[in-house]
Structure formats: C-alpha cells, structure tokens
Ligand binder design. Sequence first.
Ligand code: SF4
Length: 402
Amino acid sequence: MDTKAFKRSLQQSDNYHRKGFGHETEVMGTMNTEYQSSLIQKIRENNYQWQEGDVTIKLAEAFGFCWGVERAVAMAYETRQHFPQEKIWITNEIIHNPSVNQRLLEMNVGFIEVVNGNKDFSVVEAGDVVILPAFGASVTEMQLLNDKGCTIVDTTCPWVSKVWNSVEKHKKKDYTSIIHGKYRHEETVATSSFAGTYLVVLNLKEAQYVCDYILNGGNKEEFLDKFKNAHSEGFDPDKDLVRLGIANQTTMLKSETEQIGKLFETTMLKKYGPTELNHHFMSFNTICDATQERQDAMLSLVEEDVDLMVVIGGFNSSNTTHLQEIAIEKDIPSYHIDSEKRILSGNKIEHKPLEKEIEKKEDWLPDGKIVVGITSGASTPDKVVEAVIERIFEEKNARVLV
Ligand code: SF4
C-alpha cells in the first residue's frame, strides 16, 4: 500500500481531526484540577527538594507529563465535549497511565478490547468517533476505521509522526529501516506499518549481532529465528542489510539509540568505505526531547546522595522502565510503582522489578533519616506523584510516632 498517499488522503477527509475543537481553555482548566498538584509546584519552587520529618524528597528536574501526552489527553477531553452524544472509542490506552485511562472510562470513552491477541473492532460502527492514542496507530487500523465510516481524532504525538516520516524516506530510497524498539510496543507496531523493509532491534546486543552478520555473514536461519516477529515479511538478511536507515521508538533509552546508530554507521563504513557510506546508511535525529530531558534529569539525580528511588508510571510504559534502568545501573534500590496504592501500611510496597512480575517487599523504607529520589514517566500526572510522596511521609511519620 502507498501509506504516504493513504495518510495524505485521510488528512484531507472531513472525518479526520488532528487538532483540537476549540475548547482548549475549558479543558485545560479541568485538566489542571484533575492532574496538577500544588505540593509538586511547591517542591519545584524549592529547588526540587522537600523535607518532612525524617524524609527528604529529591525530585528529578524533569519528570511526568510530556507535552505530547498532555496534548493527547486534552484532545480526548475535547473530543468528549465536542461529541457529547456519539459513541467514542480509543484504539488503545491513550497513554500508559491507569488513572488517566480510568478517568476516560468514567467519561464513557470505550477502549477497544484485545481478544486472542487481536483488537476487536467489531464493536465500532459507522458514525462512531475513534481516538488514536499519543503513540499512534498502525496504517491498517486507520484504514479499517476510515472504511467503517468513523470520525477519527488523531492524537499521535508529532515526534512519533517524525519517525514515521523517516521510515517513509527510507522506504522511498529503498533502504531497510532498522528500528530500535520493542516489536510488540504499539508505537513500534505503528512505525513498522509505515516502513517498507524493516528489522526491529531491542538493544545494543541485538544490534551487534546484526552488525556481525553484515560484516562476517552467519547462519540465516538462526538470524530469522532470533528476529522472529521483528522483521517485515520476506525479510532476507543476505539481501536486506545492504542499505540501512535508523529509526527508533521515541521512548527508548536515548544513549542506547545513539550507540546503535553509531554502531551501524561504523559497520557500513567498514564494509563499504567512506566514499560509499552515504549510499548505504542514513540517519535522522528522532529522539524525542521529552524522553531525553527526563533521562538526563534521572542521570543527574542518581549522582546525588539518595538512599532509594521511586519511579512512578504505568507498568507497561516503556519510558518509565528506562528511567528505572538508570537507577539500577547505579545500584540504587529502586521501586517502580504505578500509584500510591502500591505503598502498603506496615512499611511494605508492591513494586515491579525490571523484567519481573510485581512483588511485595517488606521494610523498604530504611530507619532514620532518608533521602528518597523520585521521578515519573511521561504519562504520569503530578497528582499521582503527589499522592506517592504523601504516602511515603505518612508511612515514615507513622513509624516515628509508634
Ligand atoms: S514522550 Fe515524546 S514522543 Fe512520546 S508523547 Fe511525549 S513528547 Fe511525544
């Protein structure tokens, strides 16, 4: 399919909206009440630190809602206001945050269910309004909704669209897109739907494997098995790794995306020489500013004297997980939670260690004076961060009073 032509025609349709509906001011007021926090504002103004009793909180200097997420949530609120009677659906969680998604459910916005691994669009009828989330939707989904005669409200973040444009450029010039991401993540699913030939690599280790194959050859079957589900149909590593373009899931670890880009560039340089490099490698900077700022702020925070870190965000949020990785790299005890409800009374916490299932930990807050570093993913409202801080104060102070 000519995905570029399809998108262009979709954007010209009266049933397609990618800007708000003129209710911004009203919606912003509601969102501020529902998601902003006066405590967090005070902590920001106090040089990102706050002390109560034995607990000092140190906040990362960039955390929480990014503008792409704020924009998507605001557009969803506006959609409800603009279409008060219509059935409204979202093709996925609008962002990876349980409290925001719960709020949308309360506003009678339905989520398309996943049945046996596939989204069940049978519930969507002509005339319904369908919101595409901040991390986008695949071209097949857009086409299906358009064919059904739905009104589409597209909240895809412009940073994500920028990556789609990159892979369109690769496709046009017959380059294979190497996408640094998680092949199952909705954003990468959407990005690969716009790509021609593609291969998704998860990390530097996988990228190294591909580069070794480019330079030294290898076992094709093993290669295809290793990247099962992570490449375009009919992908052939012997033919499709000759001209490469780099793209990324916008929420991956920035340093790793850069290293992967460099690794492929050096590999193609070794293989084809400096004069031919431009015919074999292309790269555009598509790392999103917000992801970058949050990761940089976390890198500074872990250099400070903190006893433990609390990382707040949805358990399926990629950018939150990467913040957690930074703390782990530094050997700082770190707890990924999705809301204050995970902090249980009696000095217990339910948290999700990296790449493991949720588990309970006892005595997680050490005795005496402690410094707790806090950050949150791009989908987490300040209100949730405030609630977590309040719970930590409550727990520690309760123990002091005993
Ligand atoms: S993290 Fe970046 S790409 Fe993702 S929604 Fe926010 S601004 Fe957009």
